[in-house]
Design a protein around this ligand. Structure first.
Ligand code: GDG
Length: 509
């Protein structure tokens, strides 16, 4: 762990002299809501690793964050340019809100982004829903984000950092008007192999949108390679495999593997606050009244996270090894997300049913095997659960990185816990001292849970210490993004203007 947050501001100013910093994402860092008191407005910080990590950076650097104004009172607090200064207690940067209608939310967000790109990128083409109205709205909303960003650049030089799969076309819409702006994009989810990606009727346009960036970041080299192969084979872009660059119509985009991490110190600080041990005792008494070990999982309720597969493995464990009945309790936090999408609603019902059946089958008067918590917990409570848990199970079927695995290690103040980590997460590439599991093989998975629960303390400590020693932080990640991106910009000719043709195909407008 090397980079500290304070170093990032000077680094940015050195690498991007005179440029305004603009972050563009679907989610906003602050939401305004009507509070219980009539006429009063309260501010909420939506939970999420990325928004909470980028917020201090913007506070430090100044600049603008362009995002969807999703709070019910958001419109009541902006000025006539749809801007509000944040954070509320100490105005340090501008939040520029983009408004979405119900149609936009259904078609751009729940439609194209979450019923097409998300399942496609998580290797579930069977769950994709292809509708021309989704695509039409995705284009329109991406253009709206680009227009808001261009207004925020105010004709000055800017460095624009776009986040994720909601905004794949935005870079080209920006670039077509302002070739002098420098653009980077981070894709937080996997990029699928070409045989999957080419199922997308819009593949060429998505690729063109993203290739307008100067830098395209993925968690893993494998995702970057998939992207390069798609760009080459599907739209004939020229790839330099040694340099990891791709050139289309005279413009070169650098494609990098930049694995994300978390604010390690913040989890450690919360997990070691005074009073935590008493709270752990209380939670143990509540969830595991007969004593024994506790396991934890924290996932959005999403089919990519492998929850039914995890519960199947736990069922095998309690069935085949009855010594773990009443001696091992599992707590699963699974906050419903993207409800209104059928695949999510049916997953949620399936998980409820499965947990009910397992609890019915193995539970006793004094003990419930699985506690399913379907509501968002405060970050403080999560850190305590992580510290308390003897094992943490991440069983994703596909996952770009998985921050929960890192949060668990960061919160393991007592160094006794064991991480069981799906080999299909980006995190598995770095966290080799975890016990790697294949969530598709429930019997082997159950055996590995048993191994984890019986591992001697010495080995648990050695594994946890090694995992902790290998941890990088979110600030290291930002340092790497800025350094790679700055290298690309300084490598250009003196004008700093991107070369190339940036025509918007008719199908995109
Ligand atoms: C995408 C990619 C990639 C969950 N429940 C609560 C809560 N959380 C927080 C966790 C963690 C975050 O949500 C989930 O992060 P993940 O990385 O596990 O997964 P995705 O949401 O799918 O994120 C993923 C990530 O982007 C970053 O690039 O790692 O692969 O899919 O931080 O702690 N937080 C609180 N209460 C909850 O109940 N406070």
């Amino acid at each position: 762990m090397s980079t500290n947050q304070e170093g990032l501001g000077p680094l940015f100013r050195r690498l991007f002299p005179g440029r305004r910093f603009i972050v563009v994402s679907n989610r906003e860092p602050y939401e305004h809501r009507w509070s219980e008191e009539v006429g009063e407005i309260a501010v909420r910080r939506p939970a999420g690793g990325l928004t909470s990590a980028l917020d201090p950076l913007l506070q430090n650097l100044g600049g603008t964050w362009v995002a969807w104004g999703s709070g019910e009172a958001d419109a009541a607090v902006v000025d006539k340019e749809n801007r509000v200064l944040v954070p509320p207690e100490n105005s340090s940067y501008t939040l520029r809100r983009v408004w979405l209608t119900q149609h936009d939310i259904h078609r751009y967000y729940l439609g194209f982004a979450n019923q097409f790109l998300w399942p496609l990128c998580h290797l579930r083409p069977d769950l994709t829903r292809i509708r021309s109205r989704y695509w039409e709205r995705y284009r329109r909303v991406n253009r709206r984000f680009a227009e808001a960003t261009l207004e925020e650049a105010r004709g000055e030089e800017a460095a624009v950092w776009v986040q994720d799969y909601h905004l794949a076309l935005t870079p080209l819409f920006i670039r077509a008007r302002r070739p002098d702006v420098t653009l980077a994009h981070f894709w937080h989810i996997p990029w699928p192999p070409i045989d999957i990606f080419r199922l997308s009727p819009q593949a060429p346009y998505l690729l063109r949108g993203l290739l307008a960036n100067d830098l395209m970041g993925f968690h893993l080299q494998a995702f970057a390679d998939n992207f390069l192969r798609c760009a080459h084979r599907l739209i004939g872009a020229e790839v330099d495999w040694d340099e990891h660059t791709v050139t289309l119509d005279g413009h070169t985009c650098h494609v990098c593997a930049l694995p994300i991490s978390i604010d390690v110190e913040s989890f450690r600080e919360i997990a070691s606050r005074p009073g935590t041990e008493e709270q752990m005792e209380r939670l143990r008494a509540r969830y595991a009244p007969r004593g024994g070990a506790i396991g934890v999982g924290v996932d959005r309720m999403d089919y990519s996270k492998g929850l039914p597969e995890k519960f199947k493995a736990l069922e095998f464990l309690w069935e085949r090894y009855p010594e773990f009945r009443e001696r091992f309790t599992y707590i699963q936090v699974a906050v419903p997300s993207r409800s209104d999408i059928e695949a999510y609603d049916s997953l949620s019902e399936k998980v409820d049913r499965q947990v009910w059946e397992i609890n019915d089958r193995f539970g006793t008067d004094a003990w419930r095997p699985i506690h399913l918590i379907k509501q968002s917990l405060p970050a403080e409570r999560l850190a305590i659960l992580y510290r308390m848990a003897d094992i943490c199970i991440v069983s994703s079927l596909q996952d770009g990185m998985n921050l929960v695995a890192k949060e668990y290690v960061a919160s393991q103040i007592d160094r006794q816990g064991v991480l069981l980590l799906s080999e299909f997460t980006g995190a598995a590439e770095e966290m080799k001292e975890a016990i790697l599991i294949n969530p598709y093989a429930p019997e082997d998975f159950a055996l590995l849970v048993r191994d984890a629960l019986t591992l001697p303390l010495e080995e648990r400590r050695a594994r946890m210490d090694a995992l902790f020693a290998g941890m990088r932080t979110i600030f290291d990640w930002m340092n790497d993004v800025f350094t790679d991106w700055g290298g690309v910009v300084s490598g250009r000719d003196g004008s700093g203007v991107a070369r190339g043709e940036f025509a918007i195909p008719a199908e995109m407008s």
